[in-house]
Each structure stands twice: as structure tokens, then as C-alpha cells.
Design a protein around this ligand. Structure first.
Ligand code: ZN
Ligand code: ZN
Ligand code: FE
Length: 736
């Protein structure tokens, strides 16, 4: 009998597992990797074959994911034994495993002075180590990885060919004698890890090459070096992620639930946003005004070796220049990071595909992914619909694309904001790599409706070769949520974010839809309000408040005028009066508006900063009060709320109280809209998507509020609620 196993079955120790299973059941035949999956031919008595198939499902290696098994009865010559045959190339696509944090077994060996890999910085096995980042082509075999330049020594070679070894066909297999090495550029040293710790202790900033690119590292307890890093990186406020030695260290600073601990220690080993218990010696400037810290544990063997000498948390932020893609090559690092770092820790295992660290959080026990990259990409998402071979380009910020065929979608890792040439180049390069690796030749390309997005221009250029279809941004968010949940039925979808191009050419971002996978009708939206001054206004929450007041409540504009220069006031008033503004229904901008009224910050330096600060403030109050608002026709009207917020502020109410009351109001708006729509449409399923739902307080309050109701609630599972998830949703346009 011939079996074809589809799914993530390569690079995860699947063939040795099949080999051992077949031998234990006294079956004959072979197993091989093809570019479609794993092919097995088995001969033997029927009951053993049945047992074999059963165990194939239930005993499969921890990192494998079996999508399906096809059986076929074939006539074949009798085999006298069971063997692992050479890989074969065929049409079709196979899943590629993401990169995996070093496993327990390897760590034990690395700690064993008698082991030949004692303190070897690149130890790995079929259960751990680099995968996607080193693959140049499929089938996944050593000559098609960046490990091809390292010729295995005799001992490694033996392991590699021994089906009973933990390193059987572990493509990155290596040791001190034959594998990659680690060094500090321009520094001779006996113990490199001791040296790294000395440099960090002495306030140096280091570039450290990881699995998917370089990190920039420094001592997170050294005030001076953290400010220096902020200055050099021109990143005044955006939080830095930290790497901590172990769970003891994490618990010293943060609250950690069982689930969060499991995720921290998982093979994906992402950055987990943890609630701060006490900062202690960590400098506040690591995550200014934030109540959460982004924390990850060591995930490569050499991270562990570094922490042998380090007993403080270190900043580990992606090495890039102002939001460009993460730097992955040694030469690029030296060329581009010179003004930021003092030393380079490099290795010579080349990174073929870059991946950033993934970022996740757990709220009310629910896992949410914010940035999907290392450890998760390029895992597929199984679709509840069938699609034509398609490429969905995503929107613009925090962008990903998704390649898909039939019921399989493969979202790319996080690529970044497509605002400069470097990011765009990486975007296009990654698309080409994906098409090559997964052997999906798109027949249709889907892009956002926004005429000015880079992705729209890419789509425009492709029009001569393939069919191009556009989709409205906020519908794509809700479709993304549905596909992410394997759901195609009726839904009331709340699509709340910062910006997206609407059907009517206005800037949407506070939209409520009803419908199903075949179409979504916009049934509610926040009342449009004007923003004067284009993109730069978005960086100045105060100006958003001023243009709002000029339009709707001129008497209040007078009362905040003292915060602006005469030039600003005149310019904004003129633009509002002449309607030289853009109109928006964005809830993200309403957060800015509220922050602007409260005078919380003059200028933001990273996306959603004002909203995040409001969320942090709101956590300090426990009021249950709400502000007034009106639901009329298809509009959510918040003028009464805005006026009341101003009055609260004028009366000297605490900003934490106002922020919390504002959050409560948004929850009430969602609640009332949902109930009203359910009465009208009998739809009982609610969905939340869009960047606003990264607001954990809002998410928490929503989940608490809806506990008393019998709505079914959909939240994201595999892709982010922010624009990083949009490309998945765009795929509905390729539905058969
Ligand atoms: Zn391992
Ligand atoms: Zn070796
Ligand atoms: Fe969006």
C-alpha cells in the first residue's frame, strides 16, 4: 500500500519516526520526502498496516502536523526491508516548518561536559533549530539550505544517516569540528560568552545575530545605555523587548499565568507581553509609561550560553533602521548599524529568510498574536473555503502577504510598513521566494482599494499578467477573522482600526458590518469628523481635537486655543472652514481625539502611541460610568461624549477616570449596537477585528460585558487583529 502524508512533515523528524514505526511492526518498504509531502510504501500483514496508519496519526513527532493521508493500493515488487529513500522532486507544495527554539534534549547535551557538543552554540536536532530561515529550496535537504557550505565531519555524518539518531536528517546538524562558529567582530577572545557579558555590563551596545536576523542588545538596567540606544536608534518612546535568563527572572518583574509561561517556553518562543509586577532595576525608559513588558526567553543555544554570565535582563530589539526590515547579513549589519552599536556578535550560518521575533499576549485566557513571524510563519492556515491559486498583498502598515491555493493559506511573516524602498524590496523578494518554495503560481492577485498604497501599485503593475481584484480594507479585516476561525456563516462584525480607504473615498476605521462569507453590508459607522493637516495631524493629537471643535463645537475650540501657536490655530480653522480636510469614521482617530482634548501628548513618535497611553491611564481607574452617545440611522454619534469629556476635564476630573469612562463607553456602544442588530437580523455571532482590539483593556471589558449574553464571539486565532492579518481576509475574493 502507498501512503501520501500531507502537512508539516518535513524537517520535523518524520521519516525516522516512520522508519522506527515500520521496523517495530515488521513492515517492509520505504519512506521518502517528495516536494508534496512524505511518501510511504508499506508491505506486511493487514493488521500491522492498520496499526501503522493509526500510530502515524497518534504518535507523530511533536512538531509535525498531519493535514491528511491519502491511501492507494499499488502493485509493487516485494521489499526485503524498510528503508529511507532519497528525496524526490514533484509538482505540488509542501509545508515548511517554522524555526524552533532549542529543545530540552539538546540543552542537556550542551550542558554535559562529557558530550562532544558541550557548550556548542549551534546544537540542534530534528526537534529543534533553524528551518524556514535556512531553506533555499525544497525538498528540505541539506544541499538546499544555507548549511550546504559546512561539510559534516565523520561523527555528524553518522548521526545524520542513522535512522535511530535524534539527528537523522537534521539538516542543520553540526559540531565544533564541522559547523558554523560564533565570534565578536574584531575581538580575539577565549570565552566569547564571558566577553559578551563583560561588554554588556560595561554599557556597550551589541548587534547579535540570531535565528532570523540581528538583534540590538544592551543592559536593560543601565539607564545611560538605554537612553543612548534610544538616541542612536532615533526611537524615543516605542517599547523595547527584553530577553530574560529564565522563568525566575521573568517572575521577578512580571506577573505570569500558567498559559503565558507555557507560551514563553514553547517551541515558538515568542515575545509575550506581560503585566509588570515591579520594574525594580529595569529602567523605565525601556517601555515608557507602559504597564506591560515584552519578554522572551533565550531560544538559541548561544542565548543560553550568554546568560551563563548575565544575571540581568537585556534589551533585545530587532536590528533595523527606522522600521525597515530586520538586518540579516553580516556585511549589511556592519554597513548599516555602525552608528548604533559598539560591537558585532556574528556567525557564519547564513540567514536565507529573515524573520522578526513574534509578539503575542494572553488576555482573559485568550491568546492573541500581534506580530506573526518567527516560530509561526510559514505555518499554513486552513481555510473553510476553497480558493483559486491566489496572492493577497495586504494593505500597507505592519504588512504581510498571503499565498493560497484550495483550502490552504500561507501568510508571510511580518514584513513591516511598506513605506520605503528597502521594505518594498524585501516584500517583493519574499513573495517570489514563497511562490518558489510553495509552488503556487497565483492566478489572481488581491489588493486593498486604497489608490496610494504601494501594494495597490504592485497590483496595478501585475494587471497585464494576472487578474487583479480589490477589496475594501475593513471588510477584509472581518473576513480575516472569519477565515481565521474557520467560519463562513452570519456575523455582526466590528472592524475598528486607525485607517482604511472606504467605499465612499473617506477614511474608515469605525465600521460595523453584517453578512456572511459572501458579502458584508456596512450597517453602522462612527459619525464622520474632519481632520485638518493630513498625515502630520495624526502625529499631533491636539490638532485633531482642535479641528473637531472647529467643526462641531466652536465654543470649545476657544477654550483649548492657548495650547497652540497662532499659526496652527489659523491654519486649522481655515482648513476646516474651507473643508480642506479629510473625513474619517476611525475609532483609532477618536482615541487620538480624546488624548488631544486631554492634552496628553503634543506629538506621538510611533503608531497608536496616544491610544496606548489612554489605555494605560484607564487601567488606573475602576469607574463603571459611561458617557452619553446616540445611535441614529447608521451612525454612532459621539458628540455628546466629546462634550462631556471636555466638561469632565474642565472640572478637573482625573485623566485616568476620564480615560476609563471613555473605554466603558466604547464597550457600551459595541454592546448596544450588537443587541440592536441581533434584534433586527437574528444574527448571534459577533466578531472583533482591527488594530483597536489590541487594546487589552477594551478586550477585557468586552469579554466581561458579553459574559452575561449568549452571543458567540469570534476573536483572532492565528493571525493578528491588526493590519498584519488583513492579507488573509483578502483571500475571500479568490473564492471559487
Ligand atoms: Zn534539539
Ligand atoms: Zn561535526
Ligand atoms: Fe486596518
Amino acid at each position: 500500500m502507498k501512503l501520501r502524508v500531507f502537512g508539516r512533515v518535513q524537517g520535523v523528524g518524520f521519516r525516522p519516526f516512520v522508519y522506527r514505526l515500520a521496523v517495530s511492526l515488521d513492515l517492509k518498504g520505504y519512506v521518502l520526502n517528495s516536494s508534496k509531502g512524505v511518501e510511504i510504501l508499506i508491505q506486511g500483514d493487514t493488521s500491522s498496516i492498520e496499526k501503522f496508519i493509526e500510530d502515524l496519526f497518534h504518535e507523530a513527532p511533536p512538531l509535525s502536523v498531519i493535514d491528511r493521508i491519502e491511501k492507494e493500493y499499488v502493485k509493487s515488487e516485494p521489499y526485503s526491508d524498510f528503508t529511507i529513500k532519497k528525496s524526490r522532486k514533484e509538482e505540488g507544495f509542501v509545508f515548511i516548518s517554522p524555526d524552533i527554539a532549542v529543545c530540552e534534549d539538546c540543552l542537556l547535551e550542551m550542558r554535559d561536559p562529557k558530550d562532544r557538543r558541550y557548550r556548542y552554540p549551534f546544537i540542534n536536532c530534528t526537534n529543534c533549530g533553524p528551518r524556514y530561515t535556512i531553506i533555499e529550496d525544497i525538498p528540505y535537504d541539506r544541499p538546499k539550505t544555507t548549511m550546504k557550505k559546512f561539510k559534516m565531519c565523520k561523527l555528524c555524518e553518522e548521526e545524520y544517516h542513522n535512522p535511530l539518531s535524534r539527528r537523522f536528517h537534521a539538516q542543520p546538524n553540526s559540531c565544533f569540528d564541522c559547523g558554523p562558529s560564533l565570534w565578536i567582530d574584531g575581538l580575539e577572545t577565549k570565552d566569547i560568552f564571558k566577553e559578551i557579558s563583560e561588554l554588556l555590563k560595561n554599557g556597550k551596545i551589541l548587534a547579535i545575530k540570531g535565528l532570523g536576523g540581528f538583534h540590538i542588545a544592551c543592559d536593560a538596567t543601565d539607564k545611560e545605555v538605554v537612553s543612548q540606544l534610544r538616541e542612536r536608534k532615533k526611537r524615543p518612546h516605542k517599547p523595547f523587548a527584553l530577553m530574560m535568563k529564565d522563568m525566575d527572572m521573568v517572575r521577578r518583574y512580571c506577573y505570569v499565568s500558567e498559559k503565558e509561561e507555557r507560551i514563553l517556553k514553547s517551541p515558538q518562543s515568542p515575545i509575550v507581553l506581560l503585566k509588570i509586577k515591579e520594574l525594580k532595576d529595569i529602567v523605565e525608559n525601556v517601555a515608557p509609561q507602559n504597564k506591560y513588558l515584552g519578554v522572551m526567553l533565550p531560544y538559541t543555544p548561544y542565548h543560553y550560553l550568554m546568560f551563563d554570565y548575565i544575571d540581568f535582563p537585556i534589551v533585545m530589539t530587532s536590528a533595523n533602521i527606522s522600521d525597515e526590515p530586520i538586518i540579516k547579513d553580516n556585511e549589511d549589519a556592519k554597513k548599516n548599524l555602525g552608528h548604533i552599536v559598539d560591537f558585532y556578535v556574528m556567525h557564519d550560518r547564513d540567514i536565507k529568510h529573515r524573520v522578526d521575533d513574534s509578539v503575542v499576549f494572553v488576555e482573559n485566557g485568550v491568546f492573541q498574536i500581534i506580530r506573526r513571524s518567527r516560530g509561526y510563519a510559514p505555518d499554513p492556515v486552513k481555510l473553510p473555503i476553497k480558493v483559486r491559486p491566489a496572492l493577497a498583498l495586504g494593505p500597507e502598515l505592519k504588512n504581510t502577504f498571503t499565498l493560497a491555493k484550495d483550502d490552504i493559506a500561507i501568510p508571510s511573516p511580518h514584513i513591516g510598513d511598506l513605506k520605503n524602498k528597502e521594505t518594498l524590496d524585501v516584500f517583493e523578494e519574499t513573495i517570489n521566494e514563497y511562490i518558489k518554495l510553495f509552488k503556487i503560481e497565483p492566478e489572481v492577485v488581491i489588493s486593498d482599494m486604497h489608490p496610494a498604497y504601494m501594494t495597490s501599485q504592485i497590483a496595478e503593475n501585475l494587471k497585464t499578467y494576472v487578474e487583479v481584484i480589490e477589496i475594501q480594507h475593513h471588510r477584509a479585516h472581518i473576513f480575516s477573522l472569519m477565515l481565521d476561525n474557520g467560519y463562513t456563516g452570519d456575523i455582526i462584525g466590528f472592524s475598528f482600526d486607525g485607517t482604511g480607504y472606504g467605499d465612499d473615498g473617506k477614511v474608515w476605521g469605525g465600521e460595523v458590518f453584517t453578512g456572511d462569507i459572501n458579502g458584508l453590508d456596512r450597517v453602522f459607522h462612527f459619525e464622520y469628523f474632519p481632520i485638518a493637516g493630513g498625515d502630520s495631524a495624526i502625529q499631533h493629537p491636539g490638532r485633531i481635537a482642535l479641528s473637531y471643535f472647529f467643526e462641531f463645537m466652536p465654543h470649545l475650540a476657544k477654550k483649548i486655543e492657548h495650547r497652540f501657536t497662532p499659526f496652527e490655530i489659523e491654519a486649522i480653522e481655515k482648513m476646516v472652514k474651507a473643508k480642506k480636510v479629510f473625513y474619517t469614521s476611525s475609532l483609532g482617530r477618536i482615541f487620538d481625539l480624546v488624548a488631544g482634548i486631554l492634552g496628553i501628548m503634543d506629538k506621538i513618535t510611533y503608531e497608536a502611541q496616544a491610544a496606548i497611553y489612554l489605555e494605560m491611564l484607564a487601567m488606573e481607574s475602576d469607574t463603571e460610568k459611561v458617557y452619553p452617545f446616540v445611535l441614529k440611522d447608521d451612525e454612532i454619534r459621539i458628540r455628546p461624549m466629546i462634550e462631556a469629556i471636555f466638561n469632565d476635564m474642565n472640572r478637573g476630573m482625573d485623566r485616568a477616570f476620564i480615560s476609563r469612562r471613555f473605554h466603558n463607553t466604547i464597550v457600551k456602544i459595541i454592546h448596544d449596537t450588537a443587541c440592536m442588530l441581533r434584534e433586527k437580523t437574528y444574527i448571534n455571532t459577533l466578531g472583533f477585528s482591527g488594530g483597536v482590539f489590541q487594546n487589552r483593556l477594551l478586550l477585557h471589558l468586552l469579554m466581561e460585558k458579553f459574559k452575561e449574553h449568549d452571543f458567540a464571539i469570534l476573536l483572532h486565532k492565528n493571525v493578528p487583529p491588526n493590519d498584519g492579518g488583513v492579507s488573509l481576509g483578502q483571500l475571500v475574493m479568490a473564492k471559487y
